[in-house]
Design a protein around this ligand. Structure first.
Ligand code: UTP
Length: 286
């Protein structure tokens, strides 16, 4: 039912400067894979067949990453590095299934999604933010399995003090996994937050959302917010929040990125032992 995914990668990534001055934040590697590749693999595991990247300046590394590098492939072939060769070849998608749209100015997530409008027909589409990295599950596959129309966001319980960093849901009925969304506010102060159920960067949006995005209304941080457009569809289309399994790391922040790096490294057989050993010796009192 959901065959297309939008990957907004047009942000400036200012929290990671200077690393992100000439390189997109989404190319930061967790262990040995860039954030954007984790998101693309998650989408593919959910049955997505068309991949739409909304890029900005300095984003050509992403286009190159998902394309052939003949020089590299020849060199790996010549050296007999078959595993590495397979790794770089396996990540190339079918010709004609990868699209790039330019967001000329970073006017917000909602604006980035709207920039992809001409590639979306009358159909629901997935949106994945690569800087929200999910460990231990394929969040989008869980969403696609649970999706019955309308709009859907992945949600998780967040500390009350952190509501100002999330879209916060006003919950209706809640069976512990699926929450009816009866309101949605972007980045409310804790005192004004209707709940501690926060939206993470996985969405399934239906075409009505694009109508609101077209108005280009500015919201929090003076940006066009996707959550505002979703909120305007409440009452016109079903709107659900899905508590996904697995753990989410906010790789848009330094601490989240470092935590993700350690969690992913510790899940790898060849790294867990040496890393644990080093940490225990280097920080014996922690
Ligand atoms: P963020 O809110 O993390 O913004 O965007 P940012 O610019 O990437 O990072 P900071 O805050 O300056 O450090 C969340 C996601 O939305 C995309 C980003 O690329 C990221 O994947 N985004 C944001 C866009 O594509 N365009 C925008 O105008 C803003």
């Amino acid at each position: 039912m959901i065959k297309k995914a939008i990957f907004p990668v047009g942000g400036l990534g200012t929290r990671f400067l200077p690393a992100t001055k000439a390189m997109p934040k989404e190319m930061l590697p967790v262990v040995d894979k860039p954030l954007i590749q984790y998101a693309v693999e998650e989408a593919a595991a959910a049955g997505i067949e068309e991949f739409i990247f909304v890029t900005g300046r300095n984003k050509s590394a992403i286009e190159n990453h998902f394309d052939h590098s003949f020089e590299l492939e020849e060199a790996l072939c010549a050296k007999g590095k078959d595993t590495a060769l397979k790794t770089v070849r396996d990540m190339i998608h079918q010709p004609g299934t990868v699209f790039y749209v330019r967001q000329q100015e970073p006017a917000g997530l909602g604006h980035a999604v709207w920039c992809a409008r001409h590639l979306i027909n009358d159909e629901p589409v997935a949106v994945l933010l690569a800087d929200d990295l999910i460990f231990g599950s394929t969040c989008m596959a869980e969403m696609v399995a649970a999706y019955k129309g309308g709009n859907m966001v992945a949600v998780m319980d967040v500390p009350k003090s952190d509501t100002g960093s999330y879209g916060i849901v006003t919950p209706g009925s809640d069976d512990g996994q699926i929450v009816d969304v009866s309101g949605l506010v972007e980045k409310p102060e804790p005192a004004n937050a209707q709940s501690t159920i926060g939206v993470v960067g996985r969405y399934i949006i239906e075409p009505g959302v694009f109508t609101h995005l077209a108005n280009q209304d500015r919201g929090a941080s003076n940006e066009v917010q996707l959550t505002d457009a979703l909120a305007r569809q409440i009452g016109k289309a079903p709107f659900k929040g899905l508590r996904f399994s697995g753990e989410r790391f906010d790789c848009g922040t330094k601490i989240g990125f470092l935590q993700a790096s350690i969690a992913f490294a510790m899940s790898r057989d060849e790294l867990a032992g040496p890393l644990h050993h080093w940490l225990a010796n280097r920080f014996p009192n922690s």
